[in-house]
Ligand binder design. Structure first.
Ligand code: PLP
Length: 398
């Protein structure tokens, strides 16, 4: 039966992990994998999570299934974190949702919902470029996909005029996938004015925004990072948000995320919940629980929440400091390339905008690892490696 099955090529990012692991160079730097790292290169368990685990161990008395919807307190807490408890949609009970296995699970179940709603009459538009996994996650549902212009490689910023020109052509048979903040892979985020314009277009033309929010708090602050989403929520009736707790709670392996759907009435929200629960049932059946319980404890306990916010803010600060640190070092070296985008972009990622050959030179000659696209995980830098990386960039760019 499996005779005709060809092995697929290895995932390039996973290959990078192995190559980095096997590299004996003591100065090696991993800027490839998209996980937060501290100054020593470690991905820590956040202190609020460690405390929540202790609390949970004390009170958990069963490992029976919960439900396809997951931990209720978690879903409610995340709704407030994203939309705010004072938002009209939240107060009216127009936002429904369920816990999902990570942000990926949310993207997938959200796409399943769209497939049910529109059958084949829907195209999902993603930014060019977008996070590589968006494409297989959405395509697997059979929905059509296309791209909208997004990134201006010259300036390292969003080319909103080009994006808006595409949005102007869309209607009710279109869904637009937006990155809530900390765009992956470019780090170039929509401005608040851009979000306002998107809301105006969506309201007028009827396309549905589907926001992928995988980095809340790692850009410009927990509240600031969802300003665009909150504006959309106030100005349009329907939207979908996929959230992830992998990065901002450090719960990568607990697979903790949520799918949140804003509708026009509580009645519709109830109907949507039955649909997404059934989609979950047909996919993995029951929600994971553990990560949801931990986040629930943190969001509903003032002390833990304060710990979490403080640590998350420090993580975001570290990323910003590394961005300005690297910019300073490259500017000191008079490299023939403008890197000022490093400090205007947000979050963990930036596209360096160097060629694949230069990326390979960095890997082969300096043991600095990054994706072929030249996407770097800024959190993979450390204050100690900045000089080394800047020297290497100078050498390969000259
Ligand atoms: C843009 C984006 N969306 C969603 C995710 C989902 O992550 P997870 O499924 O690990 O929660 C990621 C993870 O890297 C991401 O970068």
């Amino acid at each position: 039966m499996f005779d005709h099955l060809n092995a697929l090529p290895a995932d390039p990012l996973l290959g990078l992990i192995t190559a980095f692991h096997n590299d004996p160079n003591p100065q090696k730097v991993d800027l490839g994998v998209g996980v937060y790292r501290d100054e020593s290169g470690h991905t820590p368990i956040m202190s609020a999570i460690a405390k929540a685990q202790t609390i949970h161990l004390e009170i958990e008395d069963s490992k029976t299934y919960i439900s396809p919807a997951g931990v209720e307190g978690f879903v409610d807490g995340v709704k407030q974190l994203v939309f705010s408890k004072d938002s009209a949609a939240y107060k009216d009970g127009r936002i429904t949702g369920l816990q999902t296995p990570g942000g990926c699970g949310a993207l997938r179940i959200g796409s399943e919902l769209l497939k049910r709603l529109k059958n084949d009459n829907l195209t999902v538009w993603v930014s060019d470029p977008t996070w590589a996994n968006h494409i297989p996650l959405i395509k697997a549902t059979g929905l059509e996909m296309g791209t909208y212009s997004y990134f201006d490689a010259e300036t390292g910023a969003v080319n909103f005029d080009a994006m808006d020109a595409k949005l102007a052509t869309l209607g009710p048979s279109d869904m637009v996938l937006l990155h809530g903040c900390c765009h992956n892979p470019t780090g170039a985020d929509l401005s608040f004015e851009n979000w306002q314009q998107i809301a105006t277009r969506a309201a007028k033309q009827g396309f549905i925004p589907f926001v992928d929010l995988a980095y809340q708090g790692l850009g410009n602050g927990i509240e600031q990072d969802v300003k665009g989403i909150r504006y959309l929520s106030e100005h349009i009736d329907e939207m979908i948000v996929a959230t992830s707790c992998s990065k901002n709670f450090g719960l990568y392996r607990e697979r903790t995320g949520s799918l949140l759907v804003q509708t026009t009435s509580q009645k519709q929200a109830n109907a949507v919940l039955t649909q997404i629960q059934e989609a979950a049932r047909a996919s993995y059946s029951m929600s994971p629980a553990y990560g949801g319980y931990l986040v629930d404890h943190i969001l509903h306990n003032d002390g833990l929440r304060n710990d979490w916010e403080t640590e998350l803010n420090a993580m975001a600060r570290r990323i910003k400091d590394l961005r300005s640190g690297l910019l300073e070092k490259v500017q000191q070296r008079n490299i023939d390339k403008d890197f000022s985008f490093l400090t205007t972009q947000n979050g963990m990622f930036s596209l360096l905008g160097i060629s694949k050959e230069q990326v390979h030179l960095l890997r082969d000659d300096y043991a600095i690892y990054m994706a072929d696209s030249s996407r770097i995980n800024v959190a993979g830098l450390s204050t100690n490696s900045l000089e080394y990386v800047a020297d290497a960039l100078k050498a390969v760019i000259s």
